[in-house]
Design a protein around this ligand. Structure first.
Ligand code: MSP
Length: 652
């Protein structure tokens, strides 16, 4: 029997859920709901990635045990899933015994294939970088080139996985399964990465304590990605006690099992190269498809904790409901590409699509029925333009959903809504009622076609906005339940059934009033960083406004570059000698990847003149050169100073 298994990435617990995590989860939820609606047997897994040094550190910073931090963040995910009606069948945590058993079983299979070996890793180790350095990279005191702190000699045996052995088998798999990575452009990236050659992968760590002990290697834990990726099968009972792997057999290891990983493009390599290589080695089936979606951006940068531009849409959800946000996320982003998140874009779509197109169509047809018959029409009309529009829209909706094109699937439903509206306008049922009375057959037929069109639009919308669909069903006298496959057919509107008065689905939003309320309540926004106690009342977000006196503390001066050369062994760093009104000093700037040294000499720049000195790759830097961060990758573009401005001028 055909089955469908969909997974989200498992989320790190050193961060609270933000819009990016919500997106991956809502997309996978919509996909699974759709497959269920068209009659497939589905399973949906999500969970948390709880091991590793970053989590160890985040917990230590709060003075709690890593598991305590994980428990708190997991609770936040559960709350979030309730709010967004995410219907996952399982939630795996990598700290669960069932997961550890499965990881051990996977490691045993890889070991049996002869794909692990131990090799010595040695060098000068910086615990802040978590990296080894060679003697040549250090200064005379053997300080770390990045942090300037002392390194220590470390020498350890690590377990390596023979990833290099799998380059050819992986390329053969990609060639034979063009759907293995979607969209196609991402497959091309993966293929070129593998073609360029694969190095063996170190899969044990002795520096990290918070992890699954590596079997047979006391003092080592399993590399966090080998641990995490295994979740997709350990949650199905892989490696469990005899007889406990029925889910694994049903949803992973058989011919008709479709296995889809939904991920963000940031973690494609792990899913499309490492994970299938582990599985090939263990002799287990590979996922059918790895679907990599794009990023939600803010100010052209990926929304993420490390960039510091997270979006937690609590205000939007509390004002407009979780369905409105689900709708926005699924409609605004072309799946696979990047999209920008903003409250303004949300409000525009909310008013135009939800309040106007959907809300008005539903309320217009429902009121016409209620006012005419006090309920649904007494017959089902089977020959009309709405039925034709439904057939076409359903076809497009299915095709788009097969290809994970959620925005297109929603557009297809919108075509049906437009057809219903056009039909009502053309048939003018209010005129029929006036001329022929409410017993008119024609009136019943016209309104039955319109109402059935609305019901079917709600059925097709249910994977995206489940609560809204249920409200629409209730408004037409149907049970407020998620639809079943048989509800996707024309003619299931109940006849002569009372229809309750229903409030508007999406009352129009006043954008100005929204922003005013948001500004006023900013002090109570739950913009709680992962560092805080998630279950407790959330602290106010840091107020990032500064006074003019704060600004004056930054001494900005114009300067002229008099010498420039690349810092040896660094791709990024450029050593500059600048002249600030007669004073000469050395500044190291991260611009080497984008500027030629010769092109810099003589150029006017703005520098922060009172920055504390620092050492970068062992080179002293006394200040900072200002540059704009341009584009998705933040390419530095130096801030120009016109030639007539003398060096050393104050910038204020
Ligand atoms: N724990 C790993 C994944 C292990 S899977 C075996 C991880 N976790 S994460 O918490 O950083 O979440 C990563 C996922 O969240 C991304 O792959 C993506 O699906 C989602 N997003 C996080 N930020 C995002 C955006 N700004 N935009 C869209 N989704 C992004 O990586």
């Amino acid at each position: 029997m055909k089955t469908f298994y969909a997974t989200t990435p498992i989320y790190y617990v050193n961060d609270l859920p933000h819009i990016g995590h919500i997106y991956s989860t809502v997309v996978t939820d919509a996909l699974t709901r759709y497959r269920r609606l068209v009659g497939e047997k589905t399973r949906f897994l999500t969970g948390t990635d709880e091991h590793g040094q970053n989590i160890e550190k985040a917990a230590a910073a709060q003075g709690i045990a890593p598991i305590e931090l994980a428990n708190r963040v997991v609770e936040r995910y559960h709350q979030l899933y309730r709010t967004f009606e995410v219907e996952n069948d399982d939630f795996i945590r990598t700290t669960e015994p069932r997961h550890r058993r499965g990881v051990e079983a996977l490691i045993a299979r890889i070991a049996a294939a002869g794909d692990f070996y131990t090799a010595r890793h040695e060098g000068w180790y910086c615990s802040s970088c978590e990296a080894f350095y060679t003697e040549k990279e250090l200064d005379a005191e053997r300080n770390c080139p990045v942090h300037g702190r002392p390194t220590v000699w470390e020498s350890e045996e690590n377990v390596f996985f023979r990833l290099s052995k799998y380059a050819e088998p992986l390329l053969a798999h990609y060639a034979a399964h063009p759907d293995f990575v979607r969209p196609e452009t991402r497959l091309a990236e993966v293929v070129s990465f593998v073609r360029s050659g694969l190095n063996d992968l170190s899969v044990s760590r002795s520096k990290v304590k918070w992890g699954i002990p590596f079997p047979g290697h006391p003092g080592h834990v399993v590399y966090v990605w080998l641990d995490a990726l295994a979740n997709y099968i350990t949650a199905l009972g892989y490696g469990g006690p005899a007889g406990s792997d029925s889910l694994y057999r049903e949803f992973w290891a058989h011919e008709g099992a479709e296995r889809v990983h939904v991920i963000g493009k940031d973690i494609l390599r792990f899913h499309a190269v490492y994970w299938p290589a582990f599985l090939l080695s263990a002799g287990e089936p590979l996922p059918t498809t790895v679907w990599a979606h794009g990023w939600w951006l803010r100010d052209a940068k990926k929304v993420s904790k490390s960039v510091g531009n997270v979006v937690r849409p609590d205000h939007l959800v509390s004002e407009f409901g979780a369905d409105a946000l689900r709708y926005f996320l699924l409609r605004e982003m072309a799946f696979g590409q990047d999209a920008s998140f903003s409250d303004e874009a949300f409000l525009t779509r909310y008013n135009a699509d939800l309040a106007n197109d959907l809300g008005n169509t539903v309320s217009r047809v429902a009121s016409l029925c209620r006012q005419s018959f006090g309920g649904t029409p007494r017959e089902i009309c089977t020959d009309n333009e709405v039925l034709a529009a439904f057939s076409e829209s359903e076809r497009e909706w299915r095709a788009a959903m097969r290809d994970c094109q959620f925005h297109r699937a929603i557009e297809a439903v919108w075509k049906l809504l437009t057809a219903v509206n056009g039909y009502v306008v053309a048939k003018e049922p209010w005129k029929i009622r006036k001329a022929e009375g409410t017993a008119s057959d024609r009136l019943h037929r016209v309104l039955s076609a319109a109402a059935e069109g609305v019901r079917l639009a709600a059925v097709m919308l249910s994977p995206f906005v489940p609560a809204t669909s249920r409200k629409i069903f209730a408004a037409f006298g149907l049970p407020a339940e998620d639809p079943r496959p048989e509800d996707l057919a024309w003619g299931r509107l109940p006849v002569s059934t009372p229809m309750p008065e229903a409030p508007p689905l999406f009352p129009r939003a006043d954008a100005e009033a929204y922003f005013e309320r948001k500004d006023n309540s900013m002090s109570s926004t739950p913009e709680n960083p992962a560092g805080g106690a998630p279950a407790a009342p959330s602290p106010a977000p840091a107020d990032d406004s500064i006074t003019i006196d704060d600004f004056r503390r930054v001494r900005l001066r114009t300067a002229r570059i008099v010498e420039a050369e690349r810092v040896p062994k660094s791709n990024k760093l450029m050593r500059l000698q600048v002249e600030i009104g007669g004073e000469r000093r050395q500044i190291v700037a991260g611009i080497a990847a984008h500027y030629e040294p010769e092109a810099l000499v003589g150029r006017g720049v703005v520098v922060v003149a009172n920055l504390k000195p620092a050492k970068l790759m062992g080179v002293e830097s006394n200040g900072m050169v200002l540059a704009a961060a341009v584009g998705e990758d933040g390419r530095p573009v130096l801030v120009d100073v016109p030639a007539e401005v003398p060096s050393g001028s104050i910038v204020k």
